[in-house]
Design a binder for this molecule. Structure first.
Ligand code: ADP
Ligand code: MG
Length: 240
């Protein structure tokens, strides 16, 4: 059996996340074992309420497991708090959300700067990131002057401006139709293939799995499928 020698960028071991206690407790994640490898595109599928957002938040250090361990890069973040945890979140992880989460009173450039400043990168990182997502000429537009797809590209620029190894995307095309959503998937695939980002996409949208190197399926907080794919399709061919 060939043993994978790829670097692990995130590992969840026996992770549970329970909200509340006793008979009314909600088990958002149960006994989750998951390894994300460097450079891969992992697509985590599951219906609404299956635990996708919880999983992403636990992996990114936004939320804490009730039991189990979470390792990001070579740091076990399970018991980290305060500045130590903030450092990991800032340096190792970029988040992209369904509804973009841009500040409406700031331009595209300023929205990206907000994050770049936090990590003390120079202004070049901002220009680079906007270039990466093809929005150099829209840098001075406000979110309200941009289409949904463009706003999501600003959000992706913001997430990658820190050059985090791990890009965590929560329903990144959930607010977009196929015509505006597909270029977002093409962009995420390019960031993985050409820039070496590791990309995790959670979605309820099954066809997106076709572009994944790694497909994970969640049901009621449990992983019910976990497989790697030899020849994923080009994101430009994804249809829904
Ligand atoms: P998904 O992203 O797949 O829709 P979530 O991870 O958001 O699923 O939620 C998983 C389960 O955990 C759902 O039953 C949801 O209602 C519950 N849940 C999520 N966040 C909380 C919370 N803060 N308090 C209580 N229950 C929550
Ligand atoms: Mg969700």
């Amino acid at each position: 059996m060939p043993v994978s020698t790829r670097t692990v960028v995130a590992r969840l071991t026996q992770v549970d996340r329970t909200y509340g206690e006793g008979p009314t407790a909600i088990h958002a994640l149960r006994d989750v074992e998951l390894t994300i490898e460097e450079g891969e595109i992992a697509v985590i599928l599951g219906p609404s309420g299956s635990g996708k957002t919880t999983l992403l938040n636990v992996m990114g250090g936004i939320d804490r497991p009730t039991a189990g361990r979470v390792v990001v890069g070579d740091v076990d973040i399970t018991d980290l708090d305060g500045e130590d945890l903030t450092d990991v979140r800032r340096e190792a992880v970029g988040f992209v959300f369904q509804f973009f989460n841009l500040v409406p009173t700031l331009t595209a450039r300023e929205n990206v700067e907000l994050i770049a400043e936090l990590t003390s990168r120079d202004g070049e990182a901002v220009g680079w990131a906007l270039g990466e997502v093809g929005l150099t000429d829209r840098a001075d537009h406000f979110p309200g002057q941009l289409s949904g797809g463009e706003q999501q590209r600003v959000a992706i620029a913001r997430a990658v401006s820190k050059r985090p190894p791990l890009l965590l995307c929560d329903e990144p095309t959930g607010a977009l139709d196929l015509e505006t959503g597909r270029p977002i998937l093409v962009l995420l695939q390019r960031l993985a293939r050409e820039d070496g980002h590791t990309v995790v996409i959670v979605t309820h949208n099954q066809p997106i799995a076709a572009m994944a190197d790694h497909v994970v399926r969640l049901r009621s907080g449990r992983i019910v499928e976990d497989r790697r794919v030899e020849n994923p399709v080009d994101a430009s061919e994804v249809e829904w």
